[in-house]
Design a protein around this ligand. Structure first.
Ligand code: ARG
Length: 455
């Protein structure tokens, strides 16, 4: 492609380090869509003839079908997807192919292709996150009043409902969706037409190309067009944060499905056995979702590191933006699908959760609140009395609601047997009706609201 200036072939290792075709062949669809839009614009503005444009369009269609049908011969010597496509186009249509690259450079071409790919990947992740949210909402609806222990420090804190716990992830995932959606809005400008870096002397119409390719407008500065990858960075941040949220849910699945907890049973389809221990049902998919978050976070740091300190405009460093971005999006793709499958098919063990929710003096706060409400005792003092009650129950090796009234009255004589009504886990969760609280009626409201929003 630059034979005019060079007489010798590149060193083999030079070719190996320089070629990106193994990675950027994934941009074939975007590359051809960009070329078709560019060719149409060149003809419309009179830069190339209608006949050349027609030949280019037809030829590009053929290249695309060859690629789709797996018949295309990708060549490392041709470095990247752009040169591979153009070279094949030349074989098919001859001389007219050479006019396609007028008023364009691989620098704006790759910026365009990559932007189109990232945009569509973000759109797909939004859909996949939505599917996971729906699976969570469906389980939350079934389990709006299934009680479980709520934890802080992974120590029993207060009873909550399983539905409430799952709906917390729906809120997190909605913000994840929002991050992708916001990134799409900002990246929705076309870099094509910046040419190498400075723009072009040809009378091109960048607005036309932007519109054809589904962008809101062309980017305003040609140097920015070819040297910015913050659209990818922003998306990778969204990927990393989403993967991090998924890894927390994955961790909970690992804990919940252990024999010691026994809160949920994962379906056969999402469990694996052990080759030596027949009793095992391992939550491998959850563990791998947890692990894959590392890839997403690593990719973000990798691209930040590639980009930091690069002078404007294009540098070849930027070719390494793709592999890491593809890997991050791919791993989130798998993670979201796996998580959706796991959540949709898991079976909570209500009895185990209830038994666990009732242990660990989980309703101690309810006792303290009762003392405040009914006896007008200051909360700090109520906390102290309740602490003594917990200690008495612990010494007697019984649960808090099983403490005899006489024992409680030793700590505060005005306590009546009405207190026992608030010490059950059901009463505890039902009482937490504050906005956003764990009460089943609040959870059902949230479920209904989300069902409306998610469709
Ligand atoms: N394969 C290159 C990349 O991915 C395309 C741009 C090449 N530009 C150049 N000036 N060598 O970044």
């Amino acid at each position: 492609m630059w034979g005019g200036r060079f007489s010798a072939r590149p060193d083999q290792v030079m070719e190996a380090i320089n070629a990106s075709i193994d990675v950027d062949k994934r941009l074939a669809e975007q590359d051809i869509a960009g070329s078709k839009a560019h060719a149409a614009m060149l003809a419309k503005t009179g830069v190339i003839s209608a006949a050349d444009e027609a030949a280019i369009q037809k030829g590009l269609d053929q290249v695309l079908s060859e690629i789709r049908e797996g018949k295309f011969q990708f060549s490392k010597a041709l470095e990247d997807i752009h040169l591979n496509v153009e070279s094949r186009l030349k074989e098919i249509i001859g001389e007219a192919a050479g006019r396609l690259h007028t008023a364009r450079s691989r620098n704006d071409q790759v910026a365009l292709d990559f932007r189109l790919w990232v945009k569509s990947a973000c759109e797909t992740r939004v859909e996949q996150i939505t599917a996971l949210m729906k699976a969570l909402v469906a389980q939350a609806e079934t389990h709006a009043d299934t009680v479980m222990p709520g934890f802080t420090h992974l120590q029993t804190a207060q009873p909550v409902t399983f539905g409430h716990h799952l709906m917390a992830y729906v809120e997190m995932l909605d913000r994840d969706r929002g991050r992708f959606a916001d990134a799409i809005v900002r990246m929705n400008e076309s870099p094509l037409g910046a040419a190498a870096l400075a723009g072009t002397g040809f009378p091109i119409d960048r607005h036309m190309v932007a519109k054809t390719l589904g962008f809101d407008r062309p980017m305003a500065n040609s140097l920015d067009c070819v040297s910015s990858r913050d659209f990818a960075l922003e998306s990778l941040a969204a990927v990393a944060i989403c993967a991090q949220n998924l890894s927390r849910l994955a961790e909970e699945i690992v804990i919940w499905s252990s024999a010691q907890f026994g809160f949920v049973r994962m379906s056969d389809a999402w469990s694996t056995g052990s080759s030596i221990m027949p009793q095992k049902r391992n939550p491998d998919a959850a563990e791998l979702v947890r692990a894959k978050s590392g890839r997403a976070m690593g990719s973000l740091v990798q691209l930040l590191t590639i980009m930091k300190g690069l002078p404007l405009a294009y540098s070849k460093d930027m070719q390494d933006d793709k592999l890491t971005t593809f890997e991050a999006f791919d791993s989130l793709d798998l993670s979201l699908q796996a998580m959706t499958g796991m959540i949709a098919t898991m079976t909570p063990n209500k009895e185990r959760m209830r038994a666990s929710a009732s242990s660990g003096f989980s309703t101690a706060t309810d006792l303290a609140d009762w003392l405040v409400r009914e006896l007008n005792i200051p909360f700090r003092e109520a906390h102290h009395i309740t602490g003594a009650a917990v200690k008495a129950a612990e010494t007697a090796n019984i649960a808090l609601p099983d403490l005899p009234l006489a024992e409680l009255q030793k700590l505060e004589p005005r306590i009546t047997d009405k207190v026992f009504a608030v010490l059950t886990v059901d009463a505890s969760v039902a009482s937490r009706k504050s906005y956003g609280g764990t009460a089943p009626e609040r959870v059902r409201e949230q479920v209904a609201a989300w069902k409306g929003k998610l469709g």
